[in-house]
Design a protein around this ligand. Sequence first.
Ligand code: ZN
Length: 318
Amino acid sequence: MSKYCIGVDLGGTNIAVGLIDLDLKAIVKSLSVKTNAPRSCESISDDIAEICRRLCAMQEIEMGDLEWIGVASPGVIKGDEVVVAFNLGWKNVKFVDILSKRTNRPVYIANDANAAAYAEAVWGSGKGAKSLIAFTLGTGVGGGIIIDGKIWEGNNGFAAEMGHAVIVPGGRTCGCGKRGCIEAYCSATALIRETKRMMGLYPESLMWKYVEGNLDRVNGKTAFAAMEQGDPCGKILVDEFIDYLALGISNAINIFQPDVVCVGGGISREGENLMRPLREKVYHESFGIGVMRTKVVCATFRNDAGIIGAALLGLQNK
Ligand SMILES: [Zn+2]
């Protein structure tokens, strides 16, 4: 019989739950409900337990057949506890105890970005990597650190805030209140802001054509698309974006020398247009020899990274 476990992607808006077949390495059934945050951990755990029961029934298995339940949660996680999760309204919540009492299954929990990094190290583009550092380029810049096959939470759960490492002292203001953070240069938000600023300076740029003259239609792809058509403004934006990202990534490599650095999030969909020049710059700025160099790769998992990462958490303790 197949081995099953469940992965829960607890988000601020939705709770997405997937039943995973560990032999098939795939999500075989999934359901989602609204989070309706802020709400107590007990109430959310009641919902999660109910969805787990429904998924088991759909697959015609018992709850007792589940190897474990893994949860990817927002906020700061240390061990079995949520230290703080602002969007859920939680502080020092014993999530693992609360959910395992309701399901009678072993429960594991990790921060969502850390779980996504773990998914890449186990089943994704870093498959088999003992050490991996993830940079996720989205609204902000998230991250995850895997060392010796385990998530590194730091002494307090606050580790792996790659986005808030400073690369430009006194530079652009970041949402965290500091200046010059990676997030202020390498998030989709930062790229979009710079794209709009550049378009304001250069009305002849091809980028205006891509958005049909409408600044509200600028997104993380605009500069890349224009660059591909030979637009100098697009190229300046992309080059600058990659310069800053390479700086952040090579800092991480020079400190950790992981097997793999994994780049994810919306902007990673540019694929080799982003990765090829990025790799070149990173290799120029980081130490390493031949085949022993850190591999710099694009993330495999997209929307299901949370569910898969959560589901695989049980493997951490094997
Ligand atoms: Zn910051």
